[in-house]
Design a protein. Structure first.
Length: 463
């Protein structure tokens, strides 16, 4: 048994995203987004569902904020739906949409919960997609114009902004794997999109500095730890390549001003390198106030020359799997934090997402018992704490997610919440893990019973 005590003023929160919870997706309520369109193609979403109603948070936000208060959250990470503000992506502002966020933010203020607001969590207005979406450099300026509206209108409530959530997913899942909207499968397009997202990030940081100098801004990157599958030179190199292609590709330009050399060299050789204009990298390479880190799982990597263009394959790592099939390997978050600390002169880090999906359901007594999630959270938090003890500047933790919600291509089949949502009635029930998390927040720590001592990864060495 070990008492795990987090630093004084550690920020405890939980996160959601607009499309995943809001609903109110009729044309009068918001413009069409690329996810509305993507959901309409049969086969794209596992259960054939969409985001039209989701958790109906648009109408139930007061109840949801009361739940946050009950849980004791210090902060709530939410995202704004771009097409709810600008149905066509630019031009006409939808005042009702703006008012929804003002009411939500006011309610958070009343309940003394600090908002952390993400400008873009994947719901691009469809009208912009029709002009090329993130492949088109003009979308960068459309984004900055959208950000300007939010900075101006929401300034009285919001002090902490995130430009993008997980640009990797928009770029590579959306434009290479095709399992996210807009469902494109073109590697060069994915790489170009990643550059445009980073550029939009940089320009937006500059805008905030000019218009709202007291506010803070950062970006949220999803990162995994990669380890060699076998202890061979080939696998060690493959693991390192994956680390650089998926993690450093987004973090190096921000913190070092350039793309990782080895990955860029391969992309250049394969005709995949992004088109850049003079000054782009300087815009991207601007000081930010915090780095948001989303982390869920780790992988081992084996070299495989037949896989284009990565020349490698990844495999889940961990002793158990979540409902997503992701391996549970808590030490991965520690190793990642340690490496970020080695690689960069970084600002404070917030874990902006971490959590797990399990097939939860209410028992006959109405309780939702989810011991696997509680175990997952305790083990990952233990490793976050370990990194802090070793000197990594981690200031807060946002659990994904506050409530069950629309899990993208998996529809409503995966439940990540610490609050159970009955989609037929929209009733909310705090799961056992939610009660446990409330206790962690109250005590700023928890008693770790060792259940989560990291199992040694037999084949794995940190890359
Ligand atoms: O649900 C997503 C979220 O939108 C972004 N990060 C990962 C979560 C779980 O897949």
């Amino acid at each position: 048994m070990e008492q795990i005590q987090f630093p004084k003023d550690f920020l405890w929160g939980s996160a959601t995203a607009s499309f995943q919870i809001e609903g109110a997706g009729e044309p009068a309520q918001r413009g069409e987004s690329i996810w509305d369109r993507y959901c309409r193609t049969p086969g794209n979403i596992l259960d054939g569902s969409d985001g039209k109603t989701a958790c109906d948070h648009f109408h139930r936000f007061e109840e949801d904020v009361r739940l946050m208060e009950q849980l004791g959250l210090h902060s709530y990470r939410l995202s704004v739906s771009w097409p709810r503000i600008l149905p066509e992506g630019m031009g006409r502002v939808h005042q009702d949409g703006l008012n929804f966020y003002k009411r939500l933010l006011e309610c958070l203020r009343t309940h003394r919960i600090q908002p952390l607001v993400t400008l873009y969590h994947w719901d691009l207005p469809q009208r912009l997609q029709e002009r090329g979406g993130w492949q088109n450099r003009e979308t960068v300026d459309a984004f900055v114009a959208y950000a300007e509206i939010l900075f101006r209108e929401l300034r009285p409530w919001v002090n902490n902004w995130v430009t993008f959530n997980e640009p990797y997913c928009t770029a590579f899942l959306g434009h290479w794997v095709g399992r996210h909207a807009p469902g494109i499968r073109d590697y060069a397009a994915a790489v170009q999109v990643s550059h445009h997202l980073l550029l939009a990030h940089g320009k937006t940081v500059r805008l905030l500095r000019q218009t709202t100098p007291n506010a803070k801004i950062g970006i949220v990157l999803n990162m995994n730890s990669y380890y060699p599958h076998q202890n061979t030179e080939e696998d060690r190199r493959a693991a390192e390549w994956n680390y650089q292609a998926w993690n450093s590709w987004f973090a190096d330009p921000i913190f070092k001003g350039g793309y990782p050399q080895e990955v860029l060299a391969l992309y250049e050789a394969e005709g995949l390198a992004p088109r850049r204009e003079p000054g782009d990298m300087a815009l991207i390479h601007q000081p930010i106030d915090f780095l948001g880190l989303n982390h869920y799982f780790s992988e081992t990597v084996s070299a495989n020359p037949d896989v284009w263009p990565t020349r490698s394959e990844t495999h889940p790592l961990g002793d158990t799997r979540t409902a997503m099939g992701w391996g549970v390997y808590p030490q991965g978050i520690h190793d990642l934090l340690a490496r970020l600390d080695r690689d960069y002169q970084h600002p404070p880090i917030f874990i902006t997402e971490n959590g797990a999906a399990y097939p939860d359901h209410p028992a006959e007594d109405g309780l939702v018992r989810d011991p696997e999630r509680q175990d997952y959270l305790a083990r990952y938090l233990y490793q976050v704490h370990r990194a802090i003890r070793e000197g990594v500047d981690v200031r807060g933790y946002y659990l994904w997610s506050l409530m069950d919600n629309f899990e993208w291509a998996f529809g409503y089949t995966k439940r990540f919440g610490i609050v159970y949502v009955d989609y037929a009635t929209q009733a909310r029930t705090v799961k056992q893990s939610g009660h446990w998390y409330a206790n962690v927040i109250q005590n700023n720590g928890f008693v770790y019973d060792g259940a989560g001592q990291p199992a040694e990864a037999s084949k794995a060495n940190p890359s």
